[in-house]
Design a protein around this ligand. Structure first.
Ligand code: WT7
Length: 659
């Protein structure tokens, strides 16, 4: 499956053969300054991972030292065996008890801005981050949350969301954050899958000036989740919400009597830290879970080296905490390095399309990390919005979530970075926990469209089905051949799926699901997913999930969902739908079906296009021929083998319907 951006990557490799060398000014101050230095460290990390990671782990604070760096029995890795540590201690206490106590940990900016009546724009120093986290940790304890219990967080991007995450880690509870754009159905599925008994939410959140009714969505989900005992609710938007007596409690009320002190729970290195649900190639989202020490080390190291993080940086990763990027980089990686991290509640174009640039100038942001889909939106809105602001504090730019098309790369470099900021195009996944392939900004010459070279300890390769490495410039499967500290430890409650999904495709390797090729310099060019997973605006969606939502509608008989390239979102979803007998296609029904998917999954999963058809093209064995549908959806020629297609007329009709 080719995306717009991946196909342009390939042409661009011819066009964009020029390198962007790290600027001399940047290199002067960088943690790592030369390719030789990178190569030496990389070689050591691959040759002797135990020594490399053992040394690195000494930068963290341990309650009990580990005895063994890595215990690997494919497909199960244990890192820092025997050690005990705590995420919140490493993120907060270390700084709050030292000279960084008054350093700002979080700069929070609410979407409505600084109007006094709603203004809660806040600077939160490490010392108060500690107090707030401990206080809320005590609230969780009061409500019976213990080590190992799962807690659902469904919140807007407000400081309390960060306190909630860190409070969970303080007492050893496992957080599972559900993105605020997900529907009540999606919340329900996640609560039931992980067996959470406590949900933390807010009355609502702001998005593009409107209020998202978070509490209402939770209420709808809980009608089907008898196991949930308590809901803790932050008052954010102040619209009226229904509070169920005994079950629901206001955050500001229950925290009043909670102490500011809460001793951290000593966690085994391999105790679960969080579960994050992500899409796979089946209809059911997978609860990817990560454990404590390895994930922590991955966040700390990659933030330090990939973002070249320094004491005086003001760092802003724009990802919502509902996605893995928000976990690893908005919060954990930043705090582990004692940085000042910016948290912005709302949309990039509210109240005007220059909101991000205004925020950068307002707080003096030095490192800015965002997604290609956002960059393409900025291009569309026009560079005048950027040029209104000086952006003179910026020194490094990052990109994540999908391949960045060269046009967007060049624009980002010129218009935002003024030609002076290196760009790190970082490839990784919910499963990998932290950045795996990326330039190091003081080291790696970059080229638009490639994530370049692997991070330390990452034995990435492009192979064929048999696991044999492909020659240069030949596409293949992107795999990782060695375990790494921040790798996923499993799929919650489904060990078989873990083995099957990730460790069976290519023998002895972790299979990423992505296709890639390496160029003459060994740079990795990611070509996109090769399974039925699509990337819409940097969000991962399983086409099967959307299909099951569609067939859940009472008028739908069958559905097949494929992606077509989209200028803004990278990929857009096209749904081919057959209706049950007697149902009549209409534009109204299209809207209904889109709304239905929005209700079942979330607005980001709504198909861009719904097409009705009397039949779907199938093989003789009954498998839907998605390849053909993709070609129809893209409006392109139908090429390739059609000999297994059972009914040619189906295809003819589908093409006809297009006109
Ligand atoms: C998939 C992972 C990594 C956090 C955000 C998404 C695609 C991600 C890049 C990149 C090309 C990329 C891959 C990957 N992807 N970053 N820099 N270049 N593709 O996390 O939802 O787990 O999705 O996003 O296809 O497998 P995710």
């Amino acid at each position: 499956m080719q995306t717009a951006s991946s196909s342009s990557d390939i042409t661009s490799s011819l066009r964009e053969s020029r390198n962007f060398k790290p600027p001399a000014e940047f290199v002067k101050r960088a943690h790592l300054k030369s390719m030789a230095q990178y190569r030496k460290l990389y070689a050591e990390s691959i040759r002797n991972p135990d020594k490399f990671w053992g040394k690195a782990a000494a930068e963290l604070e341990w309650m009990k030292p580990w005895t063994k760096v890595c215990d690997w029995k494919e497909p199960h890795a244990k890192w820092f065996v025997g050690g005990k540590t705590n995420m919140s201690v490493n993120c907060i206490d270390r700084h709050a008890h030292g000279w960084r106590r008054n350093k700002v940990a979080l700069i929070w900016e609410g979407e409505p801005g600084d109007e006094p009546h709603i203004s809660r724009a806040r600077n939160i120093p490490y010392a108060s981050l500690l107090r707030q986290t401990c206080q809320f940790a005590n609230v969780l304890k009061q409500f019976g949350v213990k080590k190992g219990d799962r807690v659902i967080i469904y919140m807007p991007m407000i400081p309390e969301a960060v306190f909630a995450m860190l409070a969970c880690t303080r007492i050893g509870a496992v957080h599972s954050i559900v993105f605020g754009g997900f529907s009540s159905e999606a919340i329900k599925d996640r609560i039931l899958d992980c067996g959470a008994e406590v949900v933390i939410t807010a009355d609502g959140g702001y998005r593009r000036g409107a209020v998202i009714e978070l509490k209402k969505n939770v209420d709808a989900a809980l009608a089907h989740c008898p196991g949930v005992r308590h809901v803790l609710v932050v008052k954010r938007t102040e619209q009226p919400v229904h509070m169920v007596p005994g079950r629901d409690h206001w955050w500001h009320e229950v925290q009043q009597n909670a102490s500011y002190e809460c001793p951290p729970e000593p966690m085994n290195s391999e105790d679960p830290l969080f579960i994050l649900y992500t899409s796979g190639s089946t209809g059911k989202p997978k609860g990817i879970y990560h454990t404590t020490a390895g994930f922590m080390l991955g966040c700390q190291m990659t933030t330090k080296y990939v973002f070249d993080a320094k004491e005086d940086d003001v760092y802003w990763c724009t990802a919502d905490i509902g996605w893995v990027t928000g976990h690893s980089y908005s919060i954990y990686g930043a705090l582990l390095n004692g940085l000042t991290t910016v948290l912005y509640e709302g949309a990039p174009n509210h109240p005007a399309p220059d909101r991000f640039w205004q925020i950068i100038d307002k707080f003096g942001v030095t490192i800015f990390y965002t997604a290609p889909t956002a960059i393409r939106a900025f291009i569309k809105w026009g560079e005048q919005h950027v040029l209104k602001h000086s952006l003179k504090t910026l020194r490094l730019l990052g990109s994540v979530g999908e391949p960045i098309n060269p046009e967007a790369w060049i624009w980002y470099h010129k218009v935002v970075g003024k030609g002076r900021c290196p760009i790190v195009d970082t490839w990784w996944q919910t499963e990998t926990g932290t950045i795996m392939i990326s330039p190091l900004p003081g080291v790696t010459p970059t080229r638009p469209g490639t994530a370049t070279l692997p991070f330390f300890g990452v034995d990435a390769a492009v192979v064929n089905k048999e696991g044999k490495e492909q020659p240069r410039n030949v596409g293949g499967l992107l795999v990782i051949r060695k375990p790494w500290p921040s790798m996923l430890r499993g799929i919650w409650g489904d060990p078989d799926r873990y083995r099957k999904q990730y460790w069976s495709e290519v023998k002895g390797c972790y299979f990423t699901g992505d296709g890639a090729r390496r160029d003459k310099d060994g740079y990795f060019w990611i070509m996109g997913r090769i399974d039925d997973v699509v990337n819409v605006a940097g969000h991962r969606l399983g086409t099967m999930e959307v299909e099951s939502a569609l067939v859940g509608h009472k008028m739908v008989a069958e559905a097949a969902v494929v992606a077509r390239p989209d200028d803004l979102k990278g990929q857009a979803l096209v749904a081919f739908v057959t209706l049950k007998g007697g149902q009549v296609p209409s534009n109204d029904l299209k809207d209904q079906l889109r709304a239905h998917v929005g209700k079942e999954i979330g607005a980001h999963a709504k198909p861009d296009d719904v097409r009705f058809t009397d039949a779907l093209p199938k093989t003789r064995s009954g498998k839907i021929m998605r390849r053909l549908l993709r070609e129809v959806a893209t409006g392109g020629e139908i090429r390739g083998d059609m000999t297994t297609l059972e009914d040619f007329s189906t295809l003819a009709r589908l093409r006809h319907d297009e006109e």
